[in-house]
Design a protein around this ligand. Structure first.
Ligand SMILES: [Zn+2]
Length: 197
């Protein structure tokens, strides 16, 4: 009986928390994302084609293992990303290529089950539980660089750091939020803050 009372007392608070997270994910105004006419025309223009997938072995290098948990099993399926977000990210990739950086998608869509699993690994991996990450809605991606047949993720590599800086700059110019500005920096992460389409 006491157990049931606890459930009845705590349930509304729990619902409120879930609702608060949900509204947080959907509180951004679409209009602000299309202010710049150049950006707007790029977004509405030619839809860019995602790059060909790299061999799975690329993602199980020692560097990938050291920096990224469970990278080998992450989804890199561009078609599971929101089309608007996909176009913005491809525009960022194209811009970086002009600077000599070939970018690679490390992880895009993430199932709620996988998010929960990553959250259980601890805050050094992610603070977001299921449905608290834009990855779940195909509105976030983690990227790194590809150089001489290898992934370059390390923030200790000055070449990569310059790449991340450019990546953040272009991502923001295309209306994305860049994880490199967060307190818990996530240089490879970008997300589009709007509701599911
Ligand atoms: Zn991410």
């Amino acid at each position: 009986m006491l157990g049931l009372c606890m459930v009845l007392v705590l349930a509304p608070a729990g619902l409120l928390l879930i609702f608060a997270n949900f509204t947080h994910l959907h509180s951004y105004d679409d209009a602000t994302l299309h202010r710049d006419p150049v950006v707007a025309s790029l977004l509405d223009g030619e839809q860019l084609v995602p790059p060909a997938a790299l061999p799975p072995a690329v993602f199980i290098t020692p560097e990938a293992g050291a920096d990224r948990t469970e990278l080998a099993t992450a989804s890199r399926e561009w078609m599971l990303l929101d089309p608007d977000f996909r176009q913005r990210l491809l525009l960022v990739f194209r811009a970086l290529e002009r600077h000599g950086y070939r970018m690679v998608l490390l992880e895009g869509y993430r199932s709620p089950e996988r998010q929960q699993m990553l959250a259980q690994l601890g805050p050094h991996v992610t603070n977001a539980k299921a449905f608290q990450s834009y990855h779940q809605f195909g509105l976030a991606a983690d990227s790194a660089f590809y150089r001489s047949g290898r992934l370059v993720i390390s923030e200790k590599d000055p070449w990569a750091m310059e790449g991340y800086r450019l990546y953040g700059e272009y991502a923001e110019s295309f209306g994305l939020v860049w994880g490199g500005r967060w307190q818990m920096r996530d240089f490879g992460h970008v997300e589009l803050r709007r509701g599911r389409s």
